[in-house]
Design a protein around this ligand. Structure first.
Ligand SMILES: O=c1ccn([C@@H]2O[C@H](COP(=O)(O)OP(=O)(O)O[C@H]3O[C@H](CO)[C@@H](O)[C@H](O)[C@H]3O)[C@@H](O)[C@H]2O)c(=O)[nH]1
Ligand SMILES: [Mg+2]
Length: 244
């Protein structure tokens, strides 16, 4: 699927996306310190297509996930690393950069295949436009990433929560959007100007819970939680309509 090469890891000294800090404080008389990152809050959207009775997810290469997999591979013998990935039916075959040496210097571990960094996620985006409401940002992400044009008023707020409490503490607000094939105006895929390369994937309703708990399919907690939310709150409605 993806072709990832020319990988180079360097220290991050200046970023538009995150800023590391150390906070010193006293807690109940004990002197403590904590390292954290300042990042943007975010929105995510569970999209359900009422025409095909499928959830609409996005699949994309995540460098941070890829680098974690690389670290994990360095600690594990290659056979053992391969074994845990075996059977991930959605995982594409290893690609050309496999076997390429790391350019980090301290180790010559080969890079894992690009598929090791690809995850299934809810359509999501950073809250980086102060003049727009969360609903409006979510609406734009649904359009840019998945190609569905739905009014912001049709987005139902599910809940919000803290993601990465140890590192960022950022807040993510989750919405639910019901769409139909009539709302589909493009193939989505992300904002090309930002270099986004996003694949839109559909998960049929009847496969959703198996998908959610299949550990071989790399995914975010948002996918798992939102499928369970749908199961608890929306399933009776759709069970009736599918059985007619
Ligand atoms: O280091 C970075 C970080 C971001 N980008 C760009 O910024 C865009 C950000 O995309 P956006 O869709 O706004 O955010 P996501 O990357 O989808 O992140 C959201 O979705 C993630 C998965 O749910 C969550 O972990 C995040 O908190 C949430 O903001 C990316 O596509 C890139 O174009 C970079 O180029 N370099
Ligand atoms: Mg996104």
């Amino acid at each position: 699927m993806e072709e990832i090469n020319n990988i180079e890891v360097v220290p991050c000294t200046d970023s538009d996306y995150l800023k590391p800090f150390r906070v010193h404080y006293n807690q109940n008389g004990t002197k403590k310190s904590w390292d954290f990152m300042r990042t943007h809050d975010s929105v995510s959207v569970l999209i359900f297509n009422t025409t095909s009775h499928c959830f609409v997810l996005v699949k994309q290469f995540r460098p941070a996930v890829y680098m974690c997999e690389w670290e994990r591979m360095k600690k594990q013998p290659p056979q053992a690393a391969e074994k845990t990935e075996e059977g991930a039916s959605e995982t594409p075959a290893p690609e050309s950069q496999e076997g390429q040496s790391a350019s980090e210097g301290e180790s010559s571990s080969p890079w894992p295949p690009a598929s090791a960094g690809v995850t299934y996620e809810l359509c999501a985006g950073l809250v980086d436009k102060p003049d727009l409401s969360l609903e409006e940002i979510a609406r734009q992400e649904v359009l840019e990433e998945c190609g569905y044009d739905v009014p912001a008023s049709k987005l139902k707020r599910i809940t919000s929560y803290r993601s990465g409490v140890g590192v960022t503490g950022a807040k993510q607000t989750m919405f639910y959007a019901e769409v139909s094939d009539d709302n589909c105006v493009s193939t989505g895929g992300g904002e090309p100007r930002e270099g986004e390369l996003i694949e839109v994937v559909k998960v049929p309703l009847h496969e959703a819970m198996t998908f959610a708990y299949d550990e071989r399919i790399p995914k975010t907690m948002g996918v798992i939680f939102s499928f369970i939310w749908f199961h608890n709150n929306m399933s009776p409605k759709y069970k009736i309509s599918t059985n007619v």
